[in-house]
Design a protein around this ligand. Structure first.
Ligand code: AMP
Length: 422
């Protein structure tokens, strides 16, 4: 995939209406609907401010959560979840939809920008159309949740065209959604000149740069719960990295595949052959593949469980591995010391429990001290780094969990592929 894409700086937006896809999929308090973390809105500001300063009229859009725009499908899904169909009224469905309005985002965005954000009550309906038509340079409006429309996730061309027709230019700045071929993330680019905003530009430059032309040695640290969700990444990085470090729950599938005893640890028996294949592939390619040598085991999956350190591969029955052990911590921290680039995706253990967070914390600290370019994939590793206060010590923390994972898998990202090549 070509990561070299035109940006907002490569086009003239003065006096133009710019449809700007942002990632305003913010966490909200379930009861009050209040935004509990506005990081994503803050992250969108540089591009929005730039566009407004250049004299563009900005039509911002985003999805929020997973509304179900078809009442029938909503009933079906809820029934599958065990809800009583008699209670699934149209009124209830409308309420769940209404709870996912972007109005609170418009309010917060307006506070952050210090100017009015005109909120449309629909996505491409009469209100959005009228407000977009009247929008003046330097003004900004926000369309309603794009997923209120059935055509969004289906990437329906007619819906995408209606949305595109409100604007002259498309700016994509929602890195968190570029792995989805939806109407607002990719479809609209069929009808408008499409460029990236600053957020996506940075992700492409740093992650794309590390994948295409890394400062070596390139060390990839992969953790998290399951091998099955990381196979694509392991496979792709085996072609690129000099060292691959495996931690987290997925390490036990590797251990079991080598004949180790894993007790009650997370195990994906179906993936054991694949784990062995990966070990062989690494050896054939001369990639160093590091696996845990010791493990912190617990007698229950519980924050207060009894725990002890045992060699990996010797986990007794009734015990489960919840973190990498101290010798492994040393091995892994040594491996990143002289790295040129480190890519990290997935925690080393159940870091949500303090007793089993030490491995993840040690890796985060080691990364904060290295001179290497440090790239943290979105999701749990980003959360861990932020929680531990190391965020400003990292070169880059990706704003997209799923998107950065697919990027590292070497997959084409539809929301990037649709942008104009530089
Ligand atoms: P993922 O979404 O696949 O990156 O996985 C992240 C989750 O993996 C976190 O919630 C961790 O608690 C979990 N995890 C990491 N190590 C282990 C382990 N040894 N056993 C069970 N879960 C783990």
């Amino acid at each position: 995939m070509n990561y070299n894409k035109k940006t907002v700086k490569d086009i003239d937006v003065k006096g133009k209406k710019v449809l700007c896809r942002c990632d305003f999929n913010v966490p909200q308090d379930k009861k009050t609907g209040a935004i509990t973390d506005d990081k994503r809105i803050v992250a969108a500001l540089p591009t929005i401010k730039y566009l407004l300063e250049q004299g563009a009229a900005v039509i911002a859009c985003s999805h929020l959560g997973k509304p179900e725009p078809s009442f029938e499908k909503w009933v079906k899904k809820q029934t599958e979840k065990g809800k009583d169909p008699a209670e699934l009224t149209e009124e209830k469905w409308k309420k769940t939809m209404a709870a996912l309005t972007l109005a609170p985002v418009a309010k917060r965005l307006s506070e952050l920008l210090g100017q009015e954000v005109i909120m449309a009550s629909d996505v491409v309906g009469p209100d959005a159309q009228a407000k977009a038509a009247a929008l003046q340079p330097g003004q900004i409006m926000l369309l309603e949740n794009t997923r209120f429309e059935k055509g969004e996730t289906k990437n329906d061309p007619a819906f995408a065209k209606t949305m595109a027709d409100m604007a002259d230019v498309y700016v994509s700045d929602a890195f968190g959604a570029v792995h989805r071929a939806h109407a607002s993330t990719a479809g609209v680019a069929e009808y408008l000149p499409a460029v990236s905003g600053f957020l996506i530009q940075k992700e492409l430059e740093i992650i794309g740069g590390a994948l295409a032309n890394p400062k070596r040695p390139l060390v990839a640290i992969l953790g998290g719960s399951k091998v099955s969700s990381k196979i694509g990444v392991i496979n792709n990085l085996l072609e690129i990295a000099d060292t691959i470090i495996i931690g987290g729950g997925m390490a036990y599938t590797f251990s079991a595949a080598k004949g180790g005893k894993v007790g009650d640890s997370l195990l994906e028996a179906d993936w054991m052959d694949y784990a062995n294949e990966m070990v062989e592939k690494a050896a054939a390619k001369g990639v160093k593949l590091l696996l845990p040598i010791d493990t912190v085991v617990a007698d229950a999956f519980d924050a207060n469980a009894n725990h002890k350190v045992v060699p990996t591969g010797e986990i007794p029955d009734g015990w489960q591995g919840l973190d990498i052990g101290p010798d492994t911590v040393k091995l892994y921290c040594d491996a990143v010391k002289d790295a040129g680039t480190v890519i990290w995706n997935g925690p080393m253990g159940v870091f949500e429990f303090p007793a089993f967070a030490k491995g993840t914390e040690a890796v985060a600290e080691a990364l904060s001290k290295t001179k290497a370019i440090t790239i943290i994939g979105g999701g749990d590793s980003a959360a861990a780094v932020q929680q531990l206060g190391y965020a400003d010590k990292m070169t880059h923390i990706s704003t997209g969990g799923g998107a950065s994972l697919e990027f590292m898998e070497g997959k084409e990202l539809p929301g990037v592929a649709c942008l104009l090549d530089a």
